[in-house]
Design a protein around this ligand. Structure first.
Ligand SMILES: [Zn+2]
Length: 352
C-alpha cells in the first residue's frame, strides 16, 4: 500500500457544502477509538493528511472518504456523508470510532476479499523438436565434431524448469508444450496454452525457450523478448468469458486486457532477464529485453515471453550451454525470475 503524507489540495469548502446538502448515513459515535493508521494499513488505502487544516483523505480506486478532524461527519466519494462522531487526534496519532472503522471495512473490502487475479498455470514451451532441430552448433570433441541442436538444449531447460516450478508451486498447473523430442507446429503450441482451463480471475503465464544462432560466430549472450502492444491481437476476451455481450464494452475490456498483458509481459521479461543475469551474467553477456512479434508469443492470450538462452553458433557459449552445471544455473536464473514475477503478481506474503 501507499501512504503519502502530503497536503491535500482539494477544496474543502466544496466538501463542506456537500456535508450539509446530502443524505446522512448515521454511524454510532459512542464506541472505542481505533488507530486510523492501522485501519489504513489493513484495508490497503491511500491516505493523505494535511496537518494544517487537520483534514484527510482515504482512498482506494475511485472511492474516497474526506474528513476534517473536528467534524463528526465525512464526505464519501463527493456524494454521501457519513456521521461518525469525528476523527480525533492524540499525540500525533489519529483515531476513529470502531463503528466508523466497520463502515470503512464495508466501503473498502479488505484485500483478501477483493477480486484478484492469480496465476493458475505456467506454460513452458521448449522451442522446435522432432524434424525441426532449430539452430545447430558444432562442438569439437576428441572423437571429432559433435552437432548440438537447439531443440535438445531447450528441451533440457524446459524439463528442468518444469520440475523446479512444480516443486515451488504445487497448487499451480505446470504445463510443458513437449517433454520429448516431438514436432509441434507454432499453432499447436499456442492452442495448448490457450486451452488451459482457468477461472475468470486466473491467468496463465507463457515462457517459450529458444537458443540463438548467428552467421557471426562472435555473437553471444542471452536475451528475453516480449510482444509490443501494436501487434497484439485484440479479441483476448470473449463474451462468454466475461458475461458481457455488448461489443463496445467487450472492446473496452479487450483494450484494458491488452495493456495489462503487455505490461505483465514486460515485467515478466525483466524479472527473468534479471534472474538469468544474476545466475550466469558473469559468463555470458546480457543482451537485454527486446520486443518482437514472434508468432508463438503473439497468439498467446496471456503474459508471454521468449527466452533466448545463448548462441549455439559461438564455440565458447556452446561449450557453456553443453555444460550441465552451467545449464542448471541458467535454469535456476529463469526459475528465480518467474518466481519473483509470480510473487509480485499475487502479492504473496507482503504488505506492499
Ligand atoms: Zn528457436
Amino acid at each position: 500500500m501507499v501512504v503519502a503524507y502530503r497536503p491535500v489540495t482539494i477544496a474543502f469548502a466544496a466538501a463542506a457544502v456537500l456535508l450539509s446538502a446530502l443524505v446522512c448515513a448515521p454511524v454510532g459515535a459512542d464506541d472505542e477509538d481505533i488507530s486510523l493508521t492501522d485501519t489504513v494499513d489493513r484495508l490497503d488505502l491511500d491516505f493523505y493528511w494535511d496537518p494544517y487544516s487537520e483534514s484527510g483523505l482515504l482512498q482506494r480506486g475511485n472511492v474516497s472518504v474526506r474528513f476534517v478532524t473536528r467534524f463528526g461527519r465525512s464526505v464519501v466519494s463527493y456524494r454521501d456523508t457519513v456521521t461518525h462522531g469525528g476523527v480525533t487526534r492524540r499525540e500525533g496519532e489519529l483515531f476513529i470510532p470502531a463503528t466508523f472503522q466497520r463502515y470503512l471495512e464495508e466501503l473498502f473490502p479488505p484485500p483478501e476479499e477483493r477480486f484478484e487475479r492469480t496465476i493458475a498455470a505456467i506454460y513452458i514451451d521448449a522451442g522446435h523438436g522432432g524434424r525441426d532441430p532449430g539452430a545447430i552448433g558444432v562442438l569439437p570433441s576428441a572423437n571429432g565434431p559433435v552437432q548440438i541442436t537447439e531443440k535438445s538444449l531447450v528441451l533440457d531447460v524446459a524439463v528442468q524448469l518444469g520440475t523446479l516450478l512444480e516443486r515451488r508451486f504445487p497448487a499451480k498447473e505446470i504445463v510443458l508444450s513437449r517433454s520429448e523430442d516431438v514436432y509441434l507446429t507454432l499453432e499447436e503450441r499456442t492452442v495448448i496454452a490457450n486451452g488451459i482451463d482457468i477461472e475468470r480471475n486466473e491467468t496463465v503465464i507463457f515462457v517459450s525457450v529458444h537458443a540463438n544462432a548467428s552467421l557471426n560466430s562472435a555473437a553471444r549472450g542471452f536475451e528475453v523478448w516480449f510482444l509490443p502492444p501494436e501487434v497484439r491481437r485484440t479479441n483476448l476476451v470473449t463474451a462468454d468469458r466475461v458475461g458481457v455481450d455488448d461489443p463496445a464494452v467487450l472492446s473496452i475490456i479487450n483494450t484494458i486486457r491488452e495493456e495489462e498483458i503487455t505490461l505483465e509481459s514486460v515485467l515478466l521479461a525483466r524479472n527473468v532477464l534479471a534472474g538469468i543475469d544474476t545466475a550466469i551474467g558473469g559468463e555470458s553477456p546480457n543482451r537485454g529485453v527486446k520486443e518482437e512479434s514472434w508468432y508463438v508469443v503473439r497468439n498467446a492470450k496471456m503474459p508471454s515471453i521468449l527466452v533466448e538462452i545463448g548462441f549455439v553458433t559461438n564455440p565458447d557459449e556452446l561449450a557453456l550451454l553443453t555444460n550441465a552445471e552451467y545449464l542448471s544455473r541458467l535454469v535456476d536464473g529463469i526459475f528465480d525470475g518467474i518466481v519473483s514475477f509470480v510473487e509480485n503478481f499475487e502479492q504473496v506474503g507482503t504488505d506492499e
